[in-house]
Design a protein around this ligand. Structure first.
Ligand SMILES: *[C@@H]1O[C@H](CO)[C@@H](O)[C@H](O)[C@H]1NC(C)=O
Ligand SMILES: *[C@@H]1O[C@H](CO)[C@@H](O)[C@H](O)[C@H]1NC(C)=O
Ligand SMILES: *[C@@H]1O[C@H](CO)[C@@H](O)[C@H](O)[C@H]1NC(C)=O
Ligand SMILES: *[C@@H]1O[C@H](CO)[C@@H](O)[C@H](O)[C@H]1NC(C)=O
Ligand SMILES: *[C@@H]1O[C@H](CO)[C@@H](O)[C@H](O)[C@H]1NC(C)=O
Ligand SMILES: *[C@@H]1O[C@H](CO)[C@@H](O)[C@H](O)[C@H]1NC(C)=O
Length: 417
């Protein structure tokens, strides 16, 4: 008789927030891998991470019934199905709740509104059918909301309270069925995306001091796993929905955004010139909409923009020339019949007459130049900081993962012997 060894990793973290035990649990249930029932009896658990196992069936109700000390609950990457059973009591300590990559259905649990310490909420890649959870706007610490690839629908609407989602760093609503206009009123309440962390030594990671959170985002056309979420990383991904109407001018106020992806919607009107103020932007994707008119020359000043995608729209006229626009190739513009000029092979008629550079200031442009130089200097440091931060921490996690795997192999050997 073969003994199937199922392994669940349990990270138990004690009062001092230190890793105290790493327990592989074995069971010989051949058919399904069920959540071990003794988990329900652990009363002082602070962190429960059952990510990337083969657990299936409904989520055991009792998992939501830990003492109020539970701060991290991660069931990511399993095969859980059914609805989300949790009832979160008032005064709980939950900071990270991650159910990404299961087969969960139904609606979001309304008792999440009691999780006043919540920082990271990830329901991505499930089959949840609900409307935009505007009622989470009152959670004062919420920084990351991922609803990617579910069946959310309807309009986002407008905030019901002031400073709704004021601490948002990352919002990913991509691959849902959201409709109606982009939520201009919300954009003006997402203060953290507007101000950012100007003081670099104050920049922190989400979960500092209790846990390393991670989240996966699309950036520059690549799926990127942020092992620890650096709070200066700000991203909005609304791609693959059915948003319509014009892009609100006020989106240009979110000056610390690094990623903006509005691709594959039905947006109309023109690209707002206010996007020239998104000076931290590194990745801008507006492809697959119905945007018309000219590309605003203000975008030339986005000195960190590494990826620009305006493909498959109705844009026309001369592509802005010079500065950052020298770095984009013609696949940033494909599928816009009316665009002309470098890097497209189509030349503009009356090329020379059409000059879209911003109106010249009077001769004393000296101060303006200085300002640009300063902002480039600052921005460079920041961009490098973000990138090295991610790489270094990525390596740290690799180490952690290896350690767990080694222990797993040892314990497996022992149980086979
Ligand atoms: C949750 O815990 C309370 C008290 O600790 C208990 O009375 C209740 O039955 C538990 N509920 C579930 C679903 O385990
Ligand atoms: C989106 O909603 C429309 C109707 O409201 C429906 O026909 C369509 O199947 C939905 N798409 C998805 C991906 O859920
Ligand atoms: C930046 O933050 C650090 C730590 O809070 C503080 O010591 C320092 O004075 C701040 N610097 C500026 C320029 O505000
Ligand atoms: C924007 O989102 C779509 C869909 O998620 C993705 O395929 C694309 O690569 C993203 N664009 C960028 C520049 O990351
Ligand atoms: C822009 O998006 C289109 C799909 O809409 C894709 O084919 C193209 O390669 C993308 N270009 C860049 C520069 O990412
Ligand atoms: C895009 O650039 C490539 C190589 O630079 C060129 O062969 C191609 O004709 C260009 N396409 C258009 C539409 O300008």
């Amino acid at each position: 008789m073969s003994l199937l060894v199922n392994t669940v990793f349990l990270i138990l973290v004690g009062q001092l927030n230190m890793l105290q035990a790493l327990l592989p649990i074995t069971s010989n249930d051949m058919a399904t891998e069920e959540t071990p029932s003794f988990l329900c009896k652990l009363k002082f658990l602070q962190i429960l991470d059952l990510s990337d196992n083969q657990l299936s069936g409904p989520i055991p109700r009792c998992l939501g019934n830990f003492s109020n000390s539970l701060s991290v609950l991660k069931l990511r990457g399993n095969n859980f199905h059914g609805t989300i059973p949790f009832e979160f009591p008032k005064g709980n300590s939950l900071r990270t709740f991650d159910l990404n990559g299961n087969k969960l259905t139904g609606q979001l649990p309304k008792s999440l509104v009691n999780c006043l310490k919540l920082e990271v909420l990830d329901f991505g890649n499930n089959q949840i059918e609900d409307t935009f959870p505007h009622w989470l706007g009152s959670l004062p610490e919420l920084q990351v909301l991922v609803l990617r690839a579910n069946k959310f629908h309807g309009s986002i609407g407008r905030p019901e309270i002031d400073a709704s989602f004021a601490k948002f760093s990352i919002i990913d609503l991509s691959f849902n069925n959201f409709t109606s206009k982009l939520p201009a009123e919300y954009f003006s309440s997402w203060k953290a995306m507007a101000i950012g962390n100007k003081n670099k030594s104050e920049a922190k990671y989400v979960g500092d001091g209790y846990y390393q959170d991670s989240v996966t985002v699309m950036n520059k056309g690549l799926e990127m796993k942020l092992v620890r979420i650096f709070t200066v990383f700000k991203a909005i991904d609304f791609s693959h929905n059915r948003f319509e109407g014009e892009i609100p001018e006020i989106l240009g106020n979110l000056g610390s955004l690094i990623v903006l992806n509005l691709s594959s919607n039905s947006l109309t009107g023109s690209i707002p010139p206010s996007f020239g103020k998104l000076t931290s932007l590194e990745s801008l994707d507006l492809s697959g909409n119905k945007l018309a008119g000219r590309i605003p020359p203000e975008l030339r000043s986005l000195t960190f923009l590494a990826v620009l995608n305006l493909s498959n729209n109705l844009l026309e006229g001369l592509i802005p020339q010079g500065l950052q626009f020298d770095t984009f190739t013609n696949n940033s513009y494909e599928g816009n019949l009316g665009l002309c000029g470098f890097p497209l092979s189509k030349r503009c008629e009356d090329d020379v007459v059409v000059d879209h550079s911003p109106p010249m200031e009077t001769e004393d442009s000296g101060s303006e130049f200085d300002w640009t130089a300063m902002s480039i200097g600052f921005g460079c440091g920041l961009a490098i900081g973000v990138v090295t931060g991610i790489i270094i921490l990525w390596n740290e996690l690799e180490y952690l993962v290896r350690t767990i795997r080694i222990k797993y192999l040892i314990s497996r050997k022992q149980s086979i012997n």
